[in-house]
Every structure is written in structure tokens, then in C-alpha cells.
Design a protein around this ligand. Structure first.
Ligand code: KIV
Length: 277
């Protein structure tokens, strides 16, 4: 049975994130997709857990984030919220709106954001895009749902880009990104993820906004950082971009543990008398 911890802490809110930016305190966010990991993340002190649509890659094994559905995101989100609530309940939980859940019309976007918020107690949704989704961001925030934006490399547009290379290297794209960041802030977003853009540009965007920026592959001048949990723990072995710092090599640890188990079962040294009834 899962045992809830009794040590509750003040929950990180959108207001707290803005205060952190004002005070120059960096925001630490990681992705999470399941109950067990969410418990570990919350009790380790992350400020926010992003239920990323990267679940499509690292959980379901798809090549892109495009196939994951609203219902699948809700399944992951429910597990993460339960995990964080079982620990200190401090971490904010933000859920990615998947591809085609907000691009058709602002009405459709509101309906899907509402469904995501209603089916579990998460804190906010995240959406990729600039000007083209501004109306949807405004409508969603107007009805009380906090929105985190996402600019730079937007994985839901991978077929348009044709590669995962660094974005906004050219002046025109950098100018467009600066403008989009302003538009998304004005539409009501409480924070913006900046993915895989030059550090200098990320610094300029961060200084030009009152809301925090959370970088991934965007250098140290962002107001916070996010990494995909499977990458930083070394669970994914075939994805090694230079912006990922590996804090552990869990793939090797798990492989060695499983090999030992297989050996013990085959040699009949597991279970021992102490491990039997
Ligand atoms: O889905 C995801 O994991 C993300 C992060 C890369 C920011 O959007």
C-alpha cells in the first residue's frame, strides 16, 4: 500500500514563481510521468513537475510527441498529482496540452484545457507557440486556468522544422521569438519555456519579460531550468544532446540489478530461507 507522508509544505503557485523571478531565485523544474517518480521529485524539492508530452517519447516509445492524446496525458497527470500529494505537496504540477488539442480553435483549446484541469488537481497547462495561439492562451487564462508558454524549438512542430537543431540562430527568427514571447506574456501566460535557443537570446527574452522563463538548452540566463527526467537520470541511453547534464547512470544500475536477479533465479539462490514463509 502507498503510504502518504505527513510533511506538507506550502504549494508552489504562479504567484510564487513570479516572486522567485523578482527575487532572482532560480526555478528548478523536471518532467515526471508516474506516481513513484513524482513522489521522489516532490520530496527532493523541485519547484515544479512538468507532465510533458515527452511521455510520448520516453514512456510510449514514439519517435515524436505528436501521437500522445489528451486522455493519455490525463492518465499520466493523475498519477503525478497523486504522487506529489502523497509527499510534501509542494511542487506545482503543469500538464502539456498535446498536439491538436488547442490548435483547431480557441473554443477547442478551452474545452481541452478545462478537461485536463477538471479530471485531476493539476495547477496549469503548457502550450507551444506564439502569436498563432495567443487568442487560445487568452481565453484559457481568462477562465482561470494558468498557462505556461513554450517557444524556440517546439517539438510538436518537428515536421515543419525537419530537425531538432538549435532554433532562432538567424536574426529574423530571433526577432519573431522576442515578439512572440511578449505576445504570450500579454495573453496572460505566467511563465514561458525556452527550448534550444542561443543563451544570449534567452537572456534578452528573460530580461524583457516580467514572467519567468524556464530554459532547456537555452543557457544559464533563464529564470529557471527544466530537463526530461529520463535524460538527466541516464535512463535514456540513445539521446545525448549537449544541454543534458547526466546526474546518474540509472540505465547501468538497473541493468546490473536485473542481471543479478536473473542469475540468482537461475542458480536457485533467490529466494533464500529468510525471503520465504
Ligand atoms: O514535453 C516536455 O518534456 C517538454 C520539455 C522538453 C520542456 O516540453
Amino acid at each position: 500500500m502507498n503510504q502518504p507522508s505527513g510533511n506538507k509544505l506550502p504549494h508552489v503557485t504562479t504567484r510564487r514563481m513570479l516572486d522567485m523571478k523578482e527575487r532572482g531565485e532560480k526555478i528548478a523544474m523536471l518532467t515526471g510521468y508516474d506516481y513513484t517518480m513524482a513522489r521522489i521529485l516532490d520530496r527532493s524539492g523541485v519547484d515544479a513537475i512538468l507532465v510533458g508530452d515527452s511521455a510520448s517519447n520516453v514512456f510510449a516509445g514514439h519517435n515524436t510527441t505528436l501521437p500522445i492524446t489528451v486522455d493519455e496525458m490525463i492518465y499520466h497527470a493523475k498519477a503525478v498529482v497523486r504522487g506529489a500529494q502523497a509527499e510534501t505537496s509542494r511542487a506545482m504540477v503543469i500538464v502539456d496540452m498535446p498536439f491538436m488539442s488547442y490548435q483547431l480553435s480557441p473554443e477547442d483549446a478551452v474545452r481541452n484545457a478545462g478537461k485536463i484541469m477538471k479530471e485531476h488537481e493539476c495547477d496549469a497547462v503548457k502550450m507551444e507557440g506564439g502569436k498563432v495561439i495567443a487568442e487560445a492562451v487568452k481565453r484559457i487564462t481568462d477562465i482561470g486556468i494558468p498557462v505556461m508558454g513554450h517557444l524556440g524549438l517546439m517539438p510538436q512542430s518537428i515536421y515543419k522544422y525537419g530537425s531538432y537543431k538549435v532554433r532562432a540562430m538567424e536574426e529574423e527568427e530571433a526577432r519573431q521569438l522576442m515578439e512572440d514571447a511578449k505576445i504570450i506574456e500579454e495573453a496572460g501566460a505566467f511563465a514561458i519555456v525556452l527550448e534550444k535557443i542561443p543563451s544570449k537570446l534567452a537572456g534578452e527574452v528573460s530580461r524583457s519579460l516580467t514572467i519567468p522563463t524556464i530554459g532547456i538548452g537555452a543557457g544559464s540566463e533563464c529564470d529557471g531550468q527544466v530537463l526530461v527526467i529520463n535524460d538527466m537520470l541516464g535512463l535514456s541511453t540513445d539521446f545525448r544532446p549537449r544541454f543534458v547534464r547526466r546526474y546518474a547512470d540509472l540505465s547501468t544500475v538497473i541493468e546490473q540489478a536485473v542481471k543479478s536477479y536473473v542469475e540468482d533465479v537461475r542458480s536457485n539462490s533467490f529466494p533464500s530461507e529468510d525471503e520465504s514463509y
